[in-house]
Design a binder for this molecule. Structure first.
Ligand code: G3I
Length: 388
């Protein structure tokens, strides 16, 4: 096993405080760095030769990054160093959701996402936003009988305030997250969320228009799960999402990209194949980019307890998926949902849903001690196999 010290190329990351730079100029800065046309300052020195996922991705036309729980970056310098070494972009896993940002109607708490943005900028990295609208993050106060009738205005005010707060400084926003749930029986397969019920189906369009008006620079993304496999269920979700996207475009709703969450399973009857490839191609033909936004591998169903055998199965899952997904040039961005097994969300939640409740998952490219695993090399090699 490679130790982290042997692996790390940069040693202690020099936190060179950079002047605040808009997201667009940071992207241009990265392009310049990777082309290696001049002596490069700071710890990013030899980016093209670095053994980081971000360098391998960038050389093949991809932005690589990770979601992080902001507190972990604040509290753990070694983890912060890993993130700065491996990523071009970061996204806070939950600190930009309504429940975290809006403890009370008259209170916005930007402290944690602001910290992450400052961290990203001091390392000349990008940040994206997740998410302005999600059925699973609706504060209790907005659901009170007094506030409920004002949901539409509160929704507009929230998106406007949050997008303006970060205007010009974020790469992209997941504007609407997980709006499709066919089981809810609504027209177009729309999920019967709080937003849907209070505002109506046009809440989606309203969210995108409001976000664009408040921040014309961020790439606006629709993000969803359950589209990765060649199963009937995923096929239905893909066709409903495409139908929704076409409708948005017909109505001139501002939209730049579609997020495929990419929460994969190590043991799965269905394959990654034509369904996924055709979906990505359909999005490309609509003139939209594709972002793989929450990549990880749930390995709860693997029967063996042997870590090396499990790691090999997990790595193969990443490889099989990325072979299909990265074949299309519309895919511009890959983010894992955290970088280290120490923090994966797959270890949280009710253990009765788990087949192996006492076995911590090895889902991500780095282990609990921040050492690269087979999954790291699967990602790296998948990036390298991509045509330039
Ligand atoms: O930060 C607080 C901490 O201060 C507090 O001490 C602790 C006590 O429980 O909670 C911490 O916040 C938790 C946060 O994760 C960070 O660990 C929240 O309670 C917890 O609800 C939150 O869960 C997140 C979940 O979304 C709900 O927001 C997960 O980290 C995050 O991985 C998950 O992400 C979702 C995507 O948004 C959408 N797609 C699915 C994905 C996985 O469920």
């Amino acid at each position: 096993m490679i130790t982290r010290r042997q692996f790390t190329r940069f040693g202690a990351a020099a936190a060179v405080a950079a002047a605040v730079q808009p997201a667009d100029s940071l992207l241009a800065d990265w392009t310049h760095r990777i082309q290696g046309s001049s002596a490069l300052p700071g710890s990013f020195g030899d980016v093209a030769g670095a053994r980081s996922l971000r360098a391998h991705a960038w050389r093949h036309g991809l932005i690589f990054g990770s979601a992080v729980i902001v507190r972990n970056v604040e509290d753990d310098p070694e983890f912060a160093e890993l993130i700065a070494e491996q990523c071009v972009i970061v996204v806070p896993t939950s600190e930009l959701k309504w429940v975290a940002l809006r403890p009370a109607p008259d209170k916005y708490d930007f402290s944690r996402p602001d910290f992450l943005l400052a961290f990203a900028q001091s390392h000349r990295m990008l940040m994206r936003g997740h998410t302005l609208c999600w059925h699973n993050s609706v504060p209790e106060w907005i659901q009170s009988p007094a506030n409920r009738p004002h949901t539409r205005q509160i929704f507009i005010d929230h998106i406007t305030t949050v997008c303006k707060h970060y205007a010009g400084r974020l790469h992209s926003w997941d504007v609407v997250n997980e709006a499709i749930l066919p089981a809810d029986g609504q027209p177009g397969g729309l999920r019967k969320s709080f937003w849907y019920e209070q505002i109506g189906p046009d809440y989606i369009e309203l969210a995108f228009r409001t976000a664009r008006a408040a921040d014309p620079h961020a790439r606006l993304t629709y993000n969803d799960y359950g589209v990765e496999y060649d199963s009937e269920e995923d096929a239905e979700r893909r066709s409903l999402i495409l139908e929704m996207l076409r409708k948005l475009q017909k109505n001139n709703v501002p939209l730049d990209a579609v997020g495929i969450q990419s929460h994969l399973k190590a043991v799965q009857h269905y394959a990654f194949g034509k369904g996924l490839a055709d979906y990505i191609e359909a999005i490309r033909q609509m003139g939209l980019d594709v972002y793989l936004t929450e990549l990880d591998v749930n390995e709860d169903d693997i029967a063996t307890n042997d870590p090396a055998e499990r790691d090999a199965i997990i790595a193969r899952t990443y490889t099989d998926y990325l072979r299909v997904a990265l074949a299309n040039r519309a895919v511009k961005l890959v983010l894992t949902w955290d970088l280290s097994d120490r923090f994966t969300w797959l270890n949280n939640g009710p253990t009765h849903h788990r087949k192996q409740p006492n076995r911590p998952q090895r889902s991500l490219p780095f282990d609990r001690n921040y050492r690269p695993k087979q999954a790291f090399f699967a990602l790296r090699d998948s990036f390298d196999r991509r045509r330039r």
